[in-house]
Design a protein. Structure first.
Length: 370
């Protein structure tokens, strides 16, 4: 609606988490920030203190509010010097964006994973649907690793350039995101559910579950240098999945839900060769919980750098897939970047593998079980 301020590194991005949107804005200078939706302001604060000593801002807005208003305004004041008393900030500046909630039928989704710091080619692939895109999924390993804070910028650059801040984005952490001195700070720069990297979301008739496998080798593997505890992460995640199932609300079966998907970077139902053959019991249990209770219609993954559709009993099913699994990312060295274009209907999904040069390598319909 208006030009992006020079204080913004990218346009705002609207990430979906549970029943809220997290509007995130990477910035080039210190400033305080809030977002206005309708008549209410939603602040980036820490216990009532507006945050300025940060390179990215996060404002949490109820989905119902932004879905109704279909517009938001990011407001900010530059902060030349923050003093203990009588700080003199800049004047209020504003940036207004339209927003389109997921209400269409079918739902058009584009999936990107394993960009490994590439931006231009994933963005070119991700524009397959043009302005008909309803939802963008960024499914892990968008940076090559977390060795520097600035590597996180590629996440928001891809999201911003594809969505323009006008449609939702779902983000999932990958195993490469866990590597590097800044990995522990990733949660400050990406959407999380109170710093939890696995969560559910509801967008119109679509309910989704984002899972996080953590790393792809045993915790004691020397590659990690005793810096991870992913076995405990997965234990907590098992408890989380079980709690969703045990809840009386049964959010995945709520009124109006017509589609259920699982988004996870690593296709955990597949058992690769050592040392990647980890957590067989845990992942088999996850698959059983999903298959017998949540009953998703589709699992969308990355990680293996291939574009492949695996039905139940197919090439990626060693642990009892709960549904058809689609791996939809293939970065080609010195070549095009491949992602996945999903057109989601209540009873089926059309899957196309498309690349940054406009080519299509697959065009298949997945029919959901009634």
């Amino acid at each position: 609606m208006n030009s992006i301020p020079d204080a913004f590194l990218t346009k705002p991005i609207v990430y979906a988490i549970r029943d809220s949107y997290q509007i995130m804005v990477p910035v080039t200078c210190e400033c305080v920030m809030w977002v206005r939706v309708g008549e209410r302001n939603y602040y980036d604060d820490s216990g009532g203190i507006l945050r300025s000593d940060t390179t990215i801002h996060r404002m949490i807005v109820p989905m119902s509010e932004l879905d109704r208003e279909r517009q938001y305004t990011v407001c900010f004041r530059r902060m030349p010097e923050r003093k203990p008393y009588f700080t003199e900030p800049g004047e209020v500046e504003c940036y207004t964006s339209a927003f389109r909630p997921v209400t269409s039928s079918p739902i058009r989704i584009y999936h990107i994973a394993d960009a490994h710091n590439q931006v231009e080619k994933p963005v070119a692939a991700g524009k397959f649907f043009g302005n008909q895109l309803d939802l963008l999924i960024l499914n892990g390993d968008i940076p090559n690793h977390s060795g520097k804070i600035e590597y996180f910028t590629s996440i928001h650059q891809i999201a911003s350039q594809i969505t323009g801040g006008e449609i939702p984005v779902v983000f999932s952490r990958g195993n490469h995101d866990m590597r590097g001195v800044c990995a522990e700070k990733l949660a400050d720069h990406t959407p999380t559910d109170n710093r939890r990297t696995y969560y559910s979301f509801r967008l119109g008739r679509l309910w989704g579950l984002v899972l996080d496998c953590g790393e792809d080798k045993p915790d004691e593997n020397p590659e990690y240098g005793h810096t991870i505890c992913c076995e405990d992460l997965r234990r907590r995640e098992t408890e989380y999945i079980e709690s969703i199932i045990a809840s009386s609300e049964k959010e995945y079966a709520a009124e109006g839900v017509e589609n259920r998907i699982v988004i996870v970077h690593i296709p955990f139902t597949y058992t690769p060769k050592p040392p990647f053959d980890i957590e067989i019991d845990t992942y088999t249990h996850w698959a059983k919980l999903l298959r017998e209770h949540i009953k998703p219609q589709l699992m969308i993954c990355g990680h293996i750098h291939k574009c492949v559709i695996s039905p139940t009993g197919g090439p990626l099913d060693n642990k009892g897939q709960p549904c058809t699994l689609v791996c939809a990312s293939r970065p080609v060295k010195d070549g095009p970047f491949w992602g996945g274009a999903f057109t989601l209907y209540p009873d089926r999904c059309n899957v196309k593998f498309t690349n940054s040069e406009g080519e299509i390598s697959e065009d298949s319909d997945i029919i959901f079980e009634p």
